[in-house]
Design a protein around this ligand. Structure first.
Ligand code: 5GP
Length: 182
């Protein structure tokens, strides 16, 4: 027996594009008289922030941060630490954190605590995907959510499995199948 990986499509490229346009329109409206600091989480949010930032009609700075959660990649656990902090001063900025996916919520809880401690003028969160059924951390609801999805391990549109699949233009469930090898 060996294992094969298969992708079951969940969100099409067109669905994602339409939702990104809607989110960007809402963000443009909400930040009417403000300049934004868009802060993306590496690596997973790189595609989302590239598309979202180009549709938001406000002046903005863009920066990135990187955290790791320790555990295997299909079940993140609660140990979170910085690999790369933002390179921009955050105090008095309108920080909009751009996340790929909120799963247990431990990563986001850690990031919210860190970002609040930097005294931003405001802090909001925009997550492309949300798996509410997996939540463990106590968290305020994210201000902008692309899609709520069921408890499935997904890849594509920036999301990986073992660093692969990030360049898929759509989001799909990664399924492992046992196959007989003769
Ligand atoms: P949390 O701390 O909310 O449990 O997990 C957040 C991180 O776990 C995400 O930023 C992402 O890196 C990873 N993660 C959680 N669910 C998935 C998933 O379905 N697919 C992929 N590729 N990564 C996920």
């Amino acid at each position: 027996m060996s294992k094969m990986e298969r992708i079951e499509p969940l969100l099409t490229a067109a669905q994602i594009r339409n939702r990104v346009t809607e989110l960007a329109a809402q963000i443009t409206k909400d930040y009417q008289d403000k300049e934004i600091l868009l802060l993306g989480t590496l690596k997973g949010a790189y595609v989302f922030i590239a598309d979202l930032s180009r549709e938001i009609d406000r002046p903005m700075e863009i920066d990135f941060l990187k955290v790791s959660s320790y555990g295997d990649s299909t079940s993140p656990i609660s140990q979170v630490a910085f690999d790369q902090r933002p390179s921009t001063e955050l105090s008095d900025k309108h920080v909009l954190l751009v996340e790929d996916i909120v799963d247990t919520g431990h990563t986001l809880a850690y990031l919210r605590r860190f970002l609040e401690s930097q005294n931003p003028a405001s802090l909001k969160v925009c997550a492309l995907l949300d798996k509410p059924s997996r939540r463990e951390a106590k968290l305020p609801e994210s201000e902008y959510i692309g899609f709520q999805i069921p408890d499935k391990f997904v890849v594509g549109y920036g999301l990986d499995y073992g660093q692969r699949y990030r360049n898929m233009p759509y989001v799909g469930e990664l399924i492992f199948e046992e196959v007989n090898k003769w």
